[in-house]
Write a protein that binds this ligand. Structure first.
Ligand code: GUN
Length: 279
């Protein structure tokens, strides 16, 4: 089988277009905090800002130097929490080593937590209630829906158990009726699990970890990896060429999951504002 490529860029563009109507009725504002000069983070933040401008969402990037104190960053979050013109707050990760990231993320008001990382939003997701959901797994669910992938009764295997992607992804798939396996870096014989997956989501940050021989014939393969090789090329966690020989549907890197993450951030920001009216 030669897989159909899921065009995340195109699906995300359609969603961003559809969002413009909702933006017009509102005046959402997003604040993005970045600490230090991690080059990948700088690229991500720039892309988020560009996407906001294009969608008509006000965005404010607040950059702190690497040596900024946690207190200074938290004092700024406190102001943003209280600012009625700001509906979404995002702290770009990773933070420098002297930060307690959990403490910083927990300090963001749950109603403005457009990353969906706050324990309240994570708990809401776990319970299956509506709330702000982490952008990457949320975007993947939208992609599966767009491609009319049946989830109920399927075996979904999530490789990677991070708080940002793997764990919320597993819960979202479970809520839609999948039987879910979560693999982590200690999993013995990873291929044994991945070869049984009808839906395979890989989010570990290891270039080409999953090869075609680890993919079931006809599987749906979602690659969350975004790895920069020494020659400067971007590559995913899945070996695209061999995996696309086996899969029925597969996401490319770049142009797959990444654009969906940004589209969901914009949607969460609008959602956060709409929710603030109902409070
Ligand atoms: N760093 C890598 N991915 C993410 C994300 O989804 N949100 C934030 N805030 N930081 C990240």
């Amino acid at each position: 089988m030669s897989a159909k490529i899921i065009d995340g860029k195109k699906i995300a563009a359609e969603m961003r277009e559809a969002l413009k109507e909702r933006v017009k009725k509102a005046g959402p504002g997003l604040a993005v905090i970045i600490v230090g000069e991690n080059p990948a983070s700088q690229v991500y933040v720039r892309n988020k800002e560009r996407a906001c401008i294009e969608a008509g969402i006000r965005s404010e990037v607040i950059a702190f130097p690497e040596e900024a104190t946690q207190e200074a960053v938290m004092a700024r979050i406190d102001l943003l929490n209280k600012d009625p013109a700001i509906h979404g707050i995002l702290v770009q990760l990773p933070l420098p080593a002297h930060f307690d990231s959990r403490k910083v993320l927990d300090f963001i008001s749950a109603g403005k937590d457009v990353d969906g990382f706050h324990p309240c939003n994570m708990g809401t997701l776990f319970l299956g209630n509506p709330g702000l959901q982490p952008c990457t797994p949320h975007g993947i669910m939208k992609m599966l829906e767009h491609e009319k992938v049946e989830i109920r009764g399927k075996h979904a295997v999530v490789v990677g158990a991070s708080n940002i992607v793997g764990k919320p992804m597993a819960v979202m798939l479970l809520s839609k009726g999948a039987t879910v396996t979560i693999c982590n870096s200690k999993t013995r014989d990873l291929g044994h699990h991945t070869r049984d997956a009808d839906i395979l989501v890989v989010a570990v940050g290891r270039p080409n970890l999953v090869t075609g021989d680890m993919v079931k014939e006809g599987a749906v393969v979602i690659d969350v990896g975004m790895n920069r090789l020494q020659d400067g090329r971007l590559c995913g966690d899945v070996d695209f060429d061999s995996a696309s020989e086996k899969a029925s549907l597969i996401t490319p890197v770049p142009g797959g999951v990444g654009p969906m993450t940004i589209a969901m951030l914009l949607e969460n920001t609008v959602e956060a504002e709409e929710r603030s009216w109902r409070r």
